[in-house]
Design a protein around this ligand. Structure first.
Ligand SMILES: Cc1cc2nc3c(=O)[nH]c(=O)nc-3n(C[C@H](O)[C@H](O)[C@H](O)COP(=O)(O)OP(=O)(O)OC[C@H]3O[C@@H](n4cnc5c(N)ncnc54)[C@H](O)[C@@H]3O)c2cc1C
Length: 414
């Protein structure tokens, strides 16, 4: 049985891994060359703590306020584009307290499942520099402190460990630099990895397992017969398929449409800066709550700063003001840190595939049942990557999925 996986990000490679392990012949089609995509430059959090989806009450008002500031952490490029308008309308309908509460258990379950899958991979020799040090969310204002207490209570109700720490407690955990903060919310159960190491190691493993990893092959459409997809088309070739996994990240919407499924999905650009052997030192990953920046000390000698959510077309040039916004936010919390502004050619950015409610699209295409979607993971795609691939294989093997997939039904907005 032949599976064609579209996309060589963490979703595509993870799906390829579990399909091959369960006996499928697997070919991955990647329009790039497997050396960069959103799965490489992210902050590396494997984070059951992220049980609150992107679409939350108040985010639209906050986003509108931020729109006028070119260095703010959130931006929607105004353009008349029907898929964007549909996504925005669906997003605003999803941003309710009831929907956020309903998403918490599914997000916890899939995140814990995926974290365990990363640990299994580690046992099998897949390298990723996994570290179980938890995650600190620094706050500077009374408003975010109150929010931290509320989130800690929600975490406890979900059975996750979380504690609100004083500034003195955080300083004791991070004695290598000066911290400007009121305190932090500590999620003890989170972990982090070094994403480029994971991606390289996965590629090597897949090649050794006999998976065909084809570069510069852009899927453009499908051959169909009845309720099945029979082949994936590229500009010059056709790849016969018994099953298709659609894991094309922020480019998945157009391909889903070509298979008669409408998934609201936009690219949310984020930027990151990685420094090696720098004097900026932290022991634990940290999120700057007011600044919306993620900082991760990773892989021994590296530290990565990432942030912004810029809803924009994927062919738009980077906006350097946003990167300046990341650097100045870091300075407000960590005044001794020095981060040189990267030149455009050295700047990393990637597009998070953002669904309209912050929950991924994982499941069968109802029109063509041999196509499974694995996309839309927004801010938690790395965290959920290993688990999503396993769920894709379970579905295509006709097994009961390890996690209830109903909340992730790709046709929920169709
Ligand atoms: C700054 C930043 C920080 C982040 N931090 C975290 C974090 O700490 N933890 C976390 O869990 N998540 C994080 N994320 C999100 C995470 O990186 C993404 O959710 C995840 O990488 C998405 O993986 P993917 O495989 O769906 O997409 P991608 O990694 O984008 O891969 C999709 C691939 O499909 C290919 N493709 C597209 N169209 C086609 C086609 N037609 N034919 C063939 N190939 C195609 C693309 O070239 C690409 O290689 C962060 C993101 C950013 C930007």
């Amino acid at each position: 049985m032949q599976a064609i996986v579209i996309g060589g990000g963490v979703m595509g490679l993870s799906s390829a891994y579990f399909l091959r392990t369960s006996g499928w012949a697997v070919t991955v089609l990647e329009k790039g060359d497997y050396t960069d995509n959103c799965s490489y430059g992210n902050a590396g959090y494997v984070c059951p703590s992220h049980f609150i989806p992107l679409a939350t009450p108040g985010i639209i008002q906050q986003g509108l306020k931020w729109m006028a500031n070119p260095s703010s952490p959130f931006y929607v490029e105004p353009r008349f584009n029907w898929p964007l308008i549909k996504w925005a309308l669906t997003f605003s309908k999803s941003a309710t307290a009831e929907k956020v509460a309903a998403a918490a258990v599914p997000l916890r379950d899939i995140a814990l499942f995926s974290q365990q899958t990363y640990l299994d991979w580690k046992q099998e020799g897949i390298e990723m520099s996994y570290e179980a040090k938890g995650l600190l969310e620094y706050f500077q204002t009374a408003e975010k402190e109150a929010h931290a207490h509320h989130t800690a209570e929600q975490a406890h109700a979900l059975g996750l460990r979380a504690e609100v720490l004083t500034a003195a407690q955080v300083r004791a955990m991070e004695p290598q630099t000066t911290l400007e903060l009121k305190g932090a919310l500590y999620f003890n159960d989170d972990a982090h990895i070094y994403p480029p190491k994971l991606m390289r190691s996965l590629r090597e493993k897949l090649t050794a397992m006999g998976v065909q990893l084809l570069a510069n092959e852009e899927a453009t459409g499908f051959e169909k017969k009845g309720d099945k997809i029979t082949a994936v088309k590229t500009a010059t070739k056709q790849f016969a398929a018994d099953a298709v996994v659609l894991a094309a990240g922020s480019w998945s919407r157009e391909l889903a449409k070509a298979a008669s499924l409408d998934i609201p999905l936009v690219g949310g650009r984020g930027y990151s800066i990685t420094m090696e052997n720098s004097s900026n030192k932290l022991n634990h990953p940290a999120v700057l709550m007011e600044g919306r920046v993620a900082i991760t000390p990773m892989d021994g000698n590296k530290i990565r700063f990432g942030g912004t959510m810029e809803i924009t077309a994927t062919d738009q040039p980077p906006r350097l003001k946003r990167v300046e916004g990341i650097i100045s936010a870091v300075k407000r919390y960590l005044p001794e840190f020095v981060i040189p502004m990267p030149t455009v050619d050295k700047l990393w950015y990637g597009f998070r595939p953002c669904s309209a409610d912050g929950l991924p699209y994982i499941g069968r295409n109802p029109k063509y049942g041999n196509m499974v979607l694995a996309t839309g993971h927004a801010m938690v795609g790395l965290s959920l990557g290993a688990g999503t691939g396993k769920l894709v294989a379970e579905l295509l093997n006709g097994e009961k999925p390890s996690v209830d997939l109903n909340p992730y039904n790709p046709a929920r907005f169709d």
